[in-house]
Design a protein around this ligand. Structure first.
Ligand SMILES: [Zn+2]
Length: 302
């Protein structure tokens, strides 16, 4: 099968200069001042105003975390149910970062016409071999997307991996139809797990926080949002929030493999015990959410 050439992503996240003390950097969400989260020299920054966070990591492609299928299937089913119920006119979907094709399969089962966009050529090829329509490339640069629009653009755990937020929003506008909806499903910096890891980092335990950012992975997280600053980002660019729902960040089923695939045995045992015992607490303030946005003045619902 023919693989398409695509433009590689820019070299750094958010255009922030981590080599300095960040004092000259402004927040890409609210234009507030950024500061080094744990002091100079650490690879994390936060906005003093909206609490948007960025990491100094190299963007890339890949799906290294195992055993995400169960939790993704649960979350995607909820997202699709809402799309079917509230946006009955919408049919075409672009799934940015379609990975193993779980969302593409569920969308097809619910009679949507879905196209995947996946930078990892192996994953894109596997999905094409399973009969799905998948373009190889990064969003929004992929050549095969040129001139195409969709009723729905969805980012399932992919928004936080894309470097340039301005180019990302511009790309969404370019590829949304007039009545388009964008759904962003991503980790939440207000989540109890993230806040616990943030606290642990301040006491010198860096592993959980680095792991949540997927530091050192082929495709690390470059941004961390909460419900407020994600809404602010889209509203500043003329979108209107329609829905906001908490989603499951993890389930006990598959948890061991998910941790063990990228951690030592000792760390895995400790992490699994903590996440299993404290599972009910981590569900109360979830580390994952989905927001639905439409363009201002162009939303028109039946
Ligand atoms: Zn900000």
């Amino acid at each position: 099968m023919k693989m398409n050439m695509f433009t590689p992503p820019p070299p750094r996240a958010s255009g922030l200069d981590f080599s300095a003390d960040l004092s000259d950097n402004i927040c890409p969400v609210c234009s507030g001042p950024m500061y080094p989260l744990f002091g100079a020299g650490k690879p994390y920054a936060m906005c003093k105003v909206c609490r948007y966070m960025a990491a100094d990591s190299m963007p890339g492609a890949g799906a290294e975390i195992e055993s995400l299928g169960v939790v993704r299937e649960k979350n995607f089913t909820r997202i699709i149910k809402t799309l079917k119920k509230k946006y009955t006119w919408a049919n075409t979907i672009l799934d940015v970062g379609s990975s193993h094709g779980v969302f593409l399969r569920l969308a097809a089962q619910n009679e949507f016409t879905a196209t995947g966009l996946e930078p990892d050529e192996r994953l894109a090829g596997e999905c094409r071999n399973s009969g799905f329509d998948v373009v190889t490339g990064f969003f929004p640069e992929a050549d095969e997307l040129a001139g195409k629009t969709f009723d729905i653009i969805i980012f399932n755990d992919s928004f936080e991996h894309i470097p340039n937020l301005q180019a990302l929003i511009t790309g969404i506008k370019a590829h949304l139809g007039k009545k388009g909806i964008v759904v962003v499903n991503l980790p939440n910096s207000d989540g109890l797990l993230f806040q616990s890891a943030l606290l642990a980092y301040q006491f010198g335990i860096q592993v959980p926080f680095d792991r949540l950012w997927q530091k050192g992975f082929a495709s690390p997280h470059l941004h961390y949002f909460n419900t407020r600053n994600l809404k602010m980002l889209f509203e500043r660019h003329g979108f209107t929030q329609q829905e906001n729902m908490p989603l499951s960040y993890y389930l006990i089923t598959g948890l061991w493999r998910r941790i063990r695939c990228k951690a030592s045995l000792c760390v895995s045992i400790i992490a699994w015990l903590i996440l299993t015992i404290l599972y009910p607490f981590f569900c109360v303030k979830s580390d994952c959410f989905a927001s639905y946005f439409t363009f201002k003045n162009e939303a028109c619902y039946e």
